[in-house]
Write a protein that binds this ligand. Structure first.
Ligand code: NAD
Ligand code: MLT
Length: 301
């Protein structure tokens, strides 16, 4: 299988490294517009693969024509937020890049599954779907879900492998912890400091960006796991966002979903009424903000 990584800055490199070193691809294309960057990153990865004795063929390129015949295309091209910004503030700048990619990639990669990483990630997935008519998932709140589990493990002093739980809704400030899914050792926990946990899940990426310039290792590992679940048909439950029709648009809202070579079904029927209510509210809010954002890029031309 051939995988392509579009935009290999901070997060693109981390995802590509983490996915490629799992040895799950025959061939990989690394594409970016910065001269020499993909080619030099290709060398770095080749050195890593030599040590790991993994025979994946890697090509770094500035030519989009090399991105052809992929089974999976991972898009992390575009601007990251700076401290103080919200992810939605990136909409106008990154939508231009994503619309352009939505025109260029599908004709070269008609059979690919597309995975959106660029922020605001859910809306960029919806924009890509609108302009490409291709199947695209957003990595959504799987990242928040792992932050949730990590923090519960830390404050309760329990092994993280015993912690379950998902976050849903829109990736970012408006994400919602799906409390009916949270469990330690298979049991729901009384008296969790819910507000403190929610604050952590929403604020930690901003704090990491302020100090480290961007989030990398966390989302890089988590997103590589999403890619692996698709490639190896693992059928793992992950809180990603799949395209769904909502009024006149395709929208992307994270819900725990079975992820394998076939993506779905979502498991919303298994959630509590309260959690489902929050997801419905998230869809409504997403739709109205998304419509306004779409209008704003149209008027800008
Ligand atoms: P970065 O600035 O380090 O890298 C972005 C890269 O995109 C650059 O190398 C740039 O040259 C490239 N690029 C720009 N336009 C391009 C185009 N048309 N074609 C190909 N490449 C192009 O930024 P980063 O920290 O890697 O973040 C990239 C995006 O990913 C941001 O929008 C960021 O918010 C998002 N992100 C999302 C998650 C998530 O969980 N979904 C996690 C981390 C970062
Ligand atoms: C993240 O959650 O790590 C990403 O969306 C990057 C960001 O916080 O802007």
């Amino acid at each position: 299988i051939k995988a392509s990584f579009i935009g290999i800055g901070k997060i693109g490199q981390t995802i590509a490294y983490s996915a490629i070193t799992k040895g799950i691809f025959d061939e990989v294309v690394l594409y970016d517009i910065i001269p020499e960057l993909p080619e030099k990153f290709e060398h770095e990865l080749r050195h890593a693969l030599a040590s790991l004795r993994i025979d994946t063929e890697v090509i770094g390129t500035n030519s989009i024509d090399d991105v052809t015949g992929s089974g999976i295309v991972v898009i992390s091209a575009g601007r990251p937020r700076k401290p103080g910004m919200s992810r939605r503030d990136l909409f106008a700048d990154n939508a231009k890049i994503i619309i352009n990619l939505a025109k260029e990639l599908p004709k070269r990669n008609p059979g690919a599954v597309y995975v959106m990483v660029t922020n605001p990630v859910d809306m960029m997935a919806s924009v890509f779907a609108k302009y490409s008519k291709k199947y695209v998932i957003s990595t959504g709140d799987q990242v928040e879900s792992m932050r949730l589990r990590a923090y519960i493990s830390k404050i309760l002093h329990v092994p993280v492998s015993q912690v379950d739980g998902f976050v849903g809704g829109e990736h970012g400030e408006d994400a919602v912890v799906l409390w009916s899914t949270v469990a330690v050792n298979g049991k729901q926990v009384e008296d969790l400091p819910k507000e403190q946990i929610e604050k952590y899940v929403k604020r930690i990426p901003g704090d990491i960006i302020r100090v480290m310039g961007g989030t990398t290792w966390g989302p890089g590992t988590i997103i590589a796991d999403i890619i692996k679940a698709i490639m190896l048909n693992e059928n793992r439950v992950m809180s990603i966002a799949v395209p769904r029709q909502y009024e006149d648009e395709i929208i992307h809202i994270s819900i725990p979903t079975v992820v394998g070579s076939k993506i779905g079904p979502t498991l919303e029927d298994h959630l509590s009424e309260d959690d489902r209510w929050h997801l419905i509210a998230a869809m409504k809010d997403y739709y109205s903000v998304y419509k306004d954002m779409l209008k704003s890029i149209k008027t800008e031309g």
